[in-house]
Design a protein around this ligand. Structure first.
Ligand code: CO
Length: 149
């Protein structure tokens, strides 16, 4: 069901200060940076082979990452697994009795669809599943459902 680890999420107080470690000392290449207003975070992806580390800084104290930082301080925040079909995966996990934070997928960075599972049903590890954005397709082949009669 899980194809590989997509990324490991790390909560940080300050993106720029954190890049001194991850980008400069660890020599990881920054491949993406994005503010996701609806999740209240600024995210930076750094490359580790075909996987990533995702640095997360809170946009405010009342955001999920802001609350996490206030409670636990900076550190490991979540593990994200890549899936092919997030709708199907959520269905299977719901059937298995897991506690879903997101009943429906929501927008993640880089056009992905993501959903979080509650750590109380995942051994204390906040767990994210990620369906990457589809590879760019020829214009005529996109959104076939939109034309349905
Ligand atoms: Co993530």
């Amino acid at each position: 069901m899980f194809k590989r680890i997509d990324h490991v999420g790390v909560a940080v107080e300050d993106i720029e200060a954190s890049l001194a470690l991850w980008r400069d000392s660890f020599q990881m290449e920054v491949s993406h940076r994005e503010v996701v207003e609806e999740q209240g975070v600024e995210a930076v992806l750094l490359e580790v082979g075909e996987n990533h580390v995702e640095l997360l800084a809170a946009l405010g104290e009342q955001t999920p990452v802001g609350k996490f930082l206030a409670k636990k301080g900076p550190g490991l925040h979540h593990v994200a697994y890549q899936v092919v079909d997030i709708d199907e995966t959520l269905h299977v996990l719901r059937q298995a009795g897991l506690d879903l934070i997101d009943e429906q997928p929501r927008a993640g960075i880089r056009g992905s669809r993501v959903a979080f599972l509650h750590p109380r049903s995942t051994a204390g590890v906040l767990t994210e599943i990620v369906e990457p954005a589809p590879a760019p397709a020829p214009a005529a082949a996109t959104e076939p459902a939109a034309e349905a009669h």
